[in-house]
Ligand binder design. Structure first.
Ligand code: PGA
Length: 251
């Protein structure tokens, strides 16, 4: 049985007051969610500690949105995997399409970042997905396969034990254009097939989340698909009631 996960990615939004209000309302709602769901919040790194304190005693896990590809040293502005570990961070997003498109994260940097995370026992949430242009050209599977295999080929099974994959079609991120449940299911089944080429055990165990304009209205249909093990939620994770409803829809 694969883990069910809902992760909220706040991106570069919010402030201390937002973090305080969100976490206190979220705390109240958690008891109403189904027991089997793992909840993850990915606030901006400067608020990780604050959010951790506010959620102490709850099962909510923390994710960072990014990590340096280097261990330590003269890398002004960067945050290392060891620093994240120090803040009790359990997960870290890697390869988000915004990082790939805006900050030049390549397949090689994604692999380096995952390497740093593995050294610290932080579980990577590897984001993969195709652009609209690539989908229109019939290249969706090829693009996703390349993003996955560059990582899968670089690590052994034990390094990948904590891997989580998020399929996030770039055309669905922040656009309000969600993938249909059928597209999501097809792509998730494909992701699982690529994982199986590395290891059957990994394919059986690795949660594959859907991301891209998930909201309270479409979550149930998406999460109801066989190979969709939960969601990586951006915009809708900033509205606590909406996010609570998304968590509730994963019954
Ligand atoms: P969105 O973002 O839900 O706002 O589309 C998803 C993501 O980027 O992880």
């Amino acid at each position: 049985m694969r883990r069910k996960i809902i992760a909220g990615n706040w991106k570069m939004n919010g402030d201390q007051a937002f973090a305080r209000e969100f976490t206190s309302e979220f705390r109240e709602a958690i008891s109403g969610f189904s027991d089997g769901i793992e909840l993850i919040l990915a606030p901006p790194s400067v608020y990780l500690d604050r959010v951790a304190q506010n959620l102490e005693g709850t099962p909510v896990a923390l994710a960072a949105q990014n990590v340096s590809e280097y261990e330590s040293g003269a890398y002004t502005g960067e945050v290392s995997a060891r620093m994240l570990k120090d803040l009790a961070v359990t997960y870290c997003l890697v390869g988000h399409s915004e990082r790939r498109a805006l900050y030049g994260d390549t397949k090689e940097t994604v692999v380096s970042k995952i390497g740093r995370l593995c050294e610290q026992g932080i579980q990577p949430i590897l984001c993969v997905g195709e652009t609209l242009e690539q989908r229109s050209a019939g290249q969706a599977e090829q693009v996703v396969a390349e993003q996955l295999t560059s990582v899968l080929d670089s690590f052994n099974d034990s390094d990948l034990a904590g891997l989580v994959v998020a399929y996030e079609p770039v055309w669905a991120i922040g656009t309000g254009k969600t993938a249909t449940p059928e597209i999501a299911q097809d792509m998730h089944a494909f992701v699982r097939q690529v994982l199986a080429e590395k290891s059957q055990e990994l394919s059986r165990r690795c949660p594959v989340l859907y991301g891209g304009s998930v909201n309270a209205g479409n979550a149930k249909a998406l999460f109801g698909q066989n190979d969709v093990d939960g969601g990586l939620v951006g915009g809708a994770s900033l509205k606590v009631n909406e996010f609570n409803n998304i968590c509730m829809s994963m019954g």
